[in-house]
Design a protein around this ligand. Structure first.
Ligand code: UDP
Ligand code: MG
Length: 339
């Protein structure tokens, strides 16, 4: 083949042939969800194959093509010649969380690393992650050393979100941790065993437990292209996370009902007293209109909160699969029958 990407593949292959793995590490799978990342993949795979070859004898890279509409697949084609590089193409865009699950399901390594395709998660951090694993961690998650690259609005929103998610539950979802993490097989199987459709991954990692260790890193700027997550999408994802891991909004609604009913009762008593004792008839128009608006607003809001949960129940009971695979290319640990 003479496609433009072939030169990168040839170069990477010959470097791989000249490398001896530094340590005796079990097999590793690297899961990379991709949506329209054609411009990043040659660089990513060049760096990632170098790092993996130096780490272990048995590795695979599972690229999940999450309904890309650009040249992602054609860029990947020459790379599938590289033993260990495998492409799972989904039938359409299912979202990053579903793509990650597809990658985990396809993975066969004793250790699994997940990372973004845009080189914000630098492959060169892998040896450090392996070090933490060797020191006894079941899961090593990279946390952003700072969020200086993000807007003030996003930072405030993020902080608010984690405060709300962590408000009442036993589990603790660490803020500043993303999907860049290394997990051993036990953790992966535990996550895959969770039956829910609403896969708020950051919550699932925390829910399964195990010994998780943080590793600070400074995210690189996105190599090419732009982020897929607009503010609006982040708000939607936050609602997914909140409804998947908390029920306190429901309790807050009932509490608000009690408080307001109590206050109305007292106010009613006061008005009656004022009328009987002093003969003040209430001049009521403003009071009536304001309280009518207030209470119908609160009622609609409460119905909205309940509705958010009902909607998620509907999603869950339909029991549809999380993703549909269109095509698989290349050979990974599972497909070649390595241990
Ligand atoms: N991604 C995906 N499906 C989507 C959106 C994003 O697989 O529907 C992938 C994307 O290709 C990238 C990773 O998820 O590898 C993170 O996306 P992005 O860099 O846009 O997010 P950010 O870094 O801004 O959080
Ligand atoms: Mg990114």
């Amino acid at each position: 083949t003479t496609s433009p990407g072939t030169q990168f593949v040839q170069a990477a292959l010959s470097r791989a042939a000249a490398t001896t793995p530094a340590h005796d590490v079990p097999s590793m799978s690297c899961v990379v969800p991709c949506r329209n990342e054609a411009s990043n993949l040659d660089q990513l795979l060049t760096r990632l194959t170098d790092v993996l070859c130096a780490c272990t004898r048995q590795w695979e890279i599972i690229i999940v093509d999450d309904g890309s509409t650009d040249a992602t697949l054609t860029t990947l084609l020459p790379w599938t010649q590289f033993p260990g590089i495998r492409v799972v193409q989904l039938s359409r865009n299912f979202g990053k969380e579903a793509a990650l699950t597809a990658g985990l399901q396809a993975s066969g390594g004793d250790l699994v690393v997940m990372m973004d395709a845009d080189l914000q998660h630098e492959p060169e951090l892998l040896p450090d992650m392996l070090g933490r694993w060797r020191d006894g961690a079941d899961m090593v998650y990279a946390i952003r050393a700072h969020r200086d690259d993000e807007s003030a609005l996003k930072r405030i929103g993020t902080r608010l979100f984690y405060a709300m998610v962590n408000a009442a539950d036993r589990i603790d979802v660490p803020a500043d941790a993303g999907d860049f993490r290394l997990m051993n097989r036990k953790v992966v199987e535990a996550i895959l065993a969770l039956p829910e459709r609403n896969r708020f991954m950051k919550g699932l990692y925390a829910w399964v437990g195990f010994k998780a260790v943080a590793l600070a890193y400074t995210p690189a700027p996105r190599a090419n292209g732009h982020s897929h997550f607009s503010l609006w999408l982040l708000v939607k994802l936050s609602l997914d996370g909140l409804t998947a891991f908390t029920t306190w909004p429901l309790r807050a609604v009932s509490l608000m009902g009690f408080v307001l009913a109590g206050l109305s009762f007292l106010y009613g008593g006061y008005l009656t007293g004022a009328y009987l004792l002093f003969g003040h008839a209430v001049s009521g128009w403003t009071t009536i209109v304001v309280s009518l608006m207030l209470f119908s607003g609160i009622q609609m809001m409460s119905m909205g909160v309940v509705g958010e949960y009902v909607g998620r129940i509907f999603e869950e009971v339909k029991g549809r699969p999380l993703y549909v695979v269109k095509r698989e290319l290349g050979q990974g640990l599972k497909t070649t029958g390595h241990p």
